[in-house]
Ligand binder design. Structure first.
Ligand SMILES: [Fe+2]
Length: 286
């Protein structure tokens, strides 16, 4: 039988544990940004794009819990990587409807205007974005917003495609329109919601960059995230996936939504390096 003293000690210990975990989740982990380096191998990547770098920022959710100073710090960290292009994969504020644009949207757009990439900054919208207001604010910041469209990125006479789709939940995702006019050159697609992979994988896209899940925001050791806003549960919560010939990376984002906590789901900035898959295989055999 447990003594009264042991019981009091156990309750006290548990209380301290909850307090420390709560403090860590609320104040420390949401600001503890992880920088990830990922190599993506693409079939037939043109020679001039070998080693191209892409920095991804996602799910900023600027609000009272994700302050402007934190967004500024993340922008500086991205610029310090000197990427060739920068991509933003949606959800720039938490609540696009209850506040005027000057409260959160315009300030976050002003911070994002400081992003510097040699060949452009590209963005798609998420389910927390207002199509007209958000795309207008981002465009004024010099960011190319892709809503069911693509651009051709040239290096001399070689090229690849950078495309972006409207959000799967809030917008009208139209892959046919997005990829109309593309040929067999590599296609990189921005899509806020990773659930879109089920449609995208049939279209010949090489690499998808997504966000939306926040890695669940709370992930339990040995269990994973109990809640992920996806019809596939935790399947695409975070990380690199392959579906048929399409690779997809799901970024945990830097902001928070719902409860203002993160636990075992650190905010992240990701830097991708593109490599030609065939060249890599030949080098590997030698
Ligand atoms: Fe989000």
């Amino acid at each position: 039988m447990i003594s009264r003293r042991m019981f009091i000690r156990s309750v006290f210990g548990a209380g301290i544990g909850v307090l420390l975990t709560g403090t860590y989740s609320r104040f420390l982990e949401p600001r503890w940004v992880e920088l990830k380096h990922i190599t993506i191998k693409i079939n037939e990547l043109p020679h001039r794009f070998e080693g191209m770098t892409i920095a991804q920022l996602s799910d900023i959710h600027h609000c009272q819990y994700v302050p402007r100073e934190f967004v500024r710090r993340c922008v500086r960290e991205v610029n310090a990587l000197s990427p060739d292009i920068i991509v933003l994969t949606g959800d720039y504020v938490y609540d696009p409807y209850s506040y005027s644009a000057s409260t959160f949207l315009l300030p976050v757009a002003d911070e994002l205007a400081e992003l510097k990439a040699k060949e452009g900054v590209f963005a798609v919208l998420g389910n927390h974005d207002n199509k007209d207001r958000t795309s207008g604010a981002l465009s004024k910041s010099g960011i190319h917003v892709l809503i069911n469209e693509h651009i051709v990125l040239y290096r001399k006479k070689e090229y690849l495609f950078i495309a972006g789709v409207d959000d799967l939940w809030r917008g009208k995702m139209d892959l046919r329109r997005t990829l109309k006019g593309t040929d067999d050159k590599p296609k990189i697609l921005l899509a806020h919601n990773p659930d879109a992979i089920m449609t995208i994988k049939t279209t010949g896209v090489d690499f998808v960059m997504a966000g939306h899940t926040h890695g669940g925001q709370v992930s339990l050791p040995l269990y994973g995230p109990p809640v992920v806003y996806s019809k596939f549960g935790a399947r695409y919560a975070a990380g690199l996936f392959r579906e048929e010939r399409t690779m997809m990376y799901v970024n945990k984002g830097i902001g928070i939504s719902g409860f203002p906590v993160r636990f075992c789901a650190r905010p992240e900035i990701t830097l991708f390096t593109l490599r030609n898959k065939r060249t890599e295989e030949v080098v590997g055999r030698i």
